[in-house]
Design a protein around this ligand. Structure first.
Ligand code: IPD
Length: 270
């Protein structure tokens, strides 16, 4: 249990993360109503819209005003050093392809880490209005409801998993080969399109497990904390913590079997 000063600081960080995610979510929601300007990023099929950029600018300006000494790293290029040991990880729209197509599964993801450890996280879907949040060592919530990663499956063959795919076609082909080995071993699979929400869905028992290769820190920081604090087993493969090669989150009932299968399939080599 963190000491009282630390608890107060964590409560302040969470309250700021939730406030920022909600206000940024309003910008994202309103932005969907207008004409969208779209450009390509890492590959021709990796889109960024003017709303992603404007929302990140808003988040960075707010943090600069309210926590001027903190570092910031954002998906759309924000990178600022800090002096407090706190760094904010920002994804203004996680699930940009869904946002573009009007599929209501996208989120603002805001996390604060201290010395590399995520301390608080908030993932807010501005369409459904759902807000997932977590504080390190204190639990995870969907609104006022405390979360438990208690998906229905009691073994991997009954599990419904989530995953996601790279914007890079070559890497996606490798992910497809791994997936071909996973599909016959599980009950079914969903590709919902926003990693932060997939992780929160594991936390809420809406998925039994999730894995993805190649996530960036801003995609996963808040969602991994929500999943872990809800009691999900969160890891990489071969004894590693979750990382940019592969991140896995699953209910305790299926996590061991899932990690073993992914290791056998070389899911960390694509
Ligand atoms: C993407 C989404 C997607 C995942 C990709 C991410 P973005 O984030 O989370 O579900 O499969 O790996 O890059 O680009 O929409 O912020």
């Amino acid at each position: 249990m963190p000491d009282p000063d630390m608890q107060l600081e964590l409560a302040e960080l969470l309250s700021l993360a939730v406030d920022l995610a909600h206000r940024a979510g309003a910008i994202v929601r309103d932005g969907r109503g207008g004409e969208l300007a779209v450009a390509a990023k890492s590959t021709p099929t990796d889109p960024v819209t003017d709303v992603d950029r404007a929302t990140e600018r808003f988040l960075v300006e707010q943090l600069r005003a309210r926590r001027p000494g903190d570092a910031v790293l954002g998906e759309e290029g924000a990178e600022q050093p800090g002096s407090t040991g706190i760094r904010w990880l920002l994804d203004p729209i996680d699930g940009t392809v869904n946002f573009l197509y009007g599929v209501p599964q996208y989120a603002v993801s805001v996390a604060a880490e201290r010395d590399g450890e995520t301390m608080v996280g908030c993932v807010h879907n501005p369409v459904s209005g759902e807000t997932f949040m977590a504080v390190r060592g204190s639990g995870a919530w969907l609104g006022a409801r405390q979360l438990t990663a208690d998906g229905a499956a009691t073994s991997l063959d009954q599990a419904v998993l989530g995953t996601g795919f790279s914007y890079d076609a070559g890497r996606r082909a490798g992910q497809g080969r791994v997936l071909a080995g996973v599909l016959p071993r599980v009950a079914n699979l969903r590709r919902l399109g926003a990693a932060s929400l997939d992780l929160c869905f594991v936390a809420a028992g809406r998925l039994d497990g999730y894995y993805e290769q190649g996530l960036a820190p801003w995609d996963m920081a808040a969602g991994l904390l929500v999943a872990r604090e809800a009691g999900a087993v969160v890891s990489g493969l071969r004894g590693r913590p979750p990382n940019e090669v592969i991140a896995v989150a699953a209910s305790p009932a299926v996590a061991g079997e899932l990690v073993k299968l992914l290791e056998e399939l070389g899911a960390d080599e694509v």
